[in-house]
Write a protein that binds this ligand. Structure first.
Ligand code: TXA
Ligand code: MG
Length: 335
């Protein structure tokens, strides 16, 4: 039996499997198996208020999940799927409310990975999948990261090689407002598909739209401040800092950190002797691909903390998604 058949059987029985995608590995369950959906939350230790993304292999599957498959949704799906864009749309009755954490909307995307598409086609039903990491921790970009993360839970992982994108998908909510006669768009999470790319498609298709600048917490649950944390604290240091004074200041600041931030336990070093410097390629696409792997390497090193000297270019739009993840992963920013 090949791995896709084996995974299909496990999913049919209402359990989870590790699935490769181009962004990060997911922990997948069939949307029509409530036991499977429940296992996702259990295995991840994820709170029920954080909704899951549903993965499809065809536009027909996507249409069945929503009551509002608009021209806007069609245009964006055609432009960016399969790929790292999640569309948040009004949910249909097909979608179990455990998946959406009780929200009236559902996040849908078509992953750009041959094995993910093959698996969804073999199962014949869309798969709900969050990133395959324990809640609040660094997302996995290789099969062995998933194995490591769930070694006690005995999860089958389909090895699809290292993820090409390396950061989670852009999450975009999309709704056509009848009163204003235009699409209301909001980026709920930054990712590889940029706002400029989305605007370009809407303009080309003559679709009127407006971006909502600061979506409320209610609309983007799960986007907490502290997330994606490595096993030891990550400290971000602004480029203009005097490095000879940093160590003393860090000692003081680390001793003041709380034990937990937003339900995620911080691991506080007892000493500050060994520093692991996180370095990233200067190209934003390559840096995105490497970030989570390097954070893991730092976490597994013998260092007491990981530090990252912020490069000035990190403030440009091409770095938006990476900057978001870095700052959410950090325990401290020395600015
Ligand atoms: O690239 C990705 O999106 C990866 C791969 C596996 O596809 N998945 C992923 O899932 O990052 P997860 O669970 O780690 O993040 C999903 C996030 C939620 O935390 C929430 O912010 C947003 O997507 N989301 C999902 N459904 C939503 C909804 N109905 N309304 C608003 N936000 C939603
Ligand atoms: Mg996640």
């Amino acid at each position: 039996m090949d791995i896709i058949e084996k995974a299909t059987e496990i999913l049919d029985q209402g359990f989870v499997v590790g699935m490769p995608t181009e962004t990060v590995y997911g922990l997948a369950a069939r949307i029509d198996r409530p036991a499977g959906i429940e296992s996702i939350f259990k295995v991840k230790e994820r709170p029920f208020f954080d909704p899951l993304i549903v993965h499809v292999a065809s536009l027909d599957q996507a249409r069945a999940l929503t009551t509002e498959w608009s021209s806007g949704a069609q245009a964006l799906a055609q432009a960016f799927w399969p790929g790292p864009l999640t569309l948040v749309l009004p949910k249909s009755s097909f979608v179990n409310s455990m998946i959406t954490s009780g929200l009236e909307t559902v996040g849908i995307r078509m992953p750009n990975h041959p094995l993910a598409l093959e698996l969804i086609r073999a199962v014949g039903v869309p798969l709900a999948a969050p990133s395959a990491n324990k809640f609040g921790r660094t997302s996995p970009t290789r099969a062995d990261h998933v194995q490591e993360e769930f070694k006690n839970e005995n999860v089958l992982v389909i090895d699809g090689g290292p993820c090409q994108v390396g950061l989670e998908s852009t999450v975009l909510s999309l709704h056509f407002s009848q009163s204003e006669r235009k699409y209301q768009l909001a980026i709920l999470r930054e990712g590889a598909i940029s706002r400029a790319q989305i605007e370009k498609i809407m303009l080309e298709q003559n679709l009127p739209f407006q971006f909502q600048e600061n979506p409320s917490k209610r609309e983007s649950p799960g986007q907490m401040k502290h997330h994606y944390m490595p096993k030891i604290p990550l400290i971000i240091i602004q480029p203009d800092r005097d490095h000879s004074k940093v160590k003393e200041e860090l000692k003081q600041k680390i001793s003041e950190l709380p034990d937990q931030i937003e339900g995620v336990t911080l691991i506080r070093p007892t000493q500050l002797d060994v520093f692991y410097e996180l370095t990233l390629p200067r190209d934003p696409v390559l840096a995105a691909r490497e970030l989570y792997q390097r954070l893991r390497e730092g976490g597994q090193s013998q260092a007491d903390v990981i530090y990252f000297r912020l490069m000035p270019e990190v403030h440009t739009p091409e770095w938006a998604a990476l900057r978001d993840r870095l700052f959410k992963a950090a325990s401290l920013v020395l600015g």
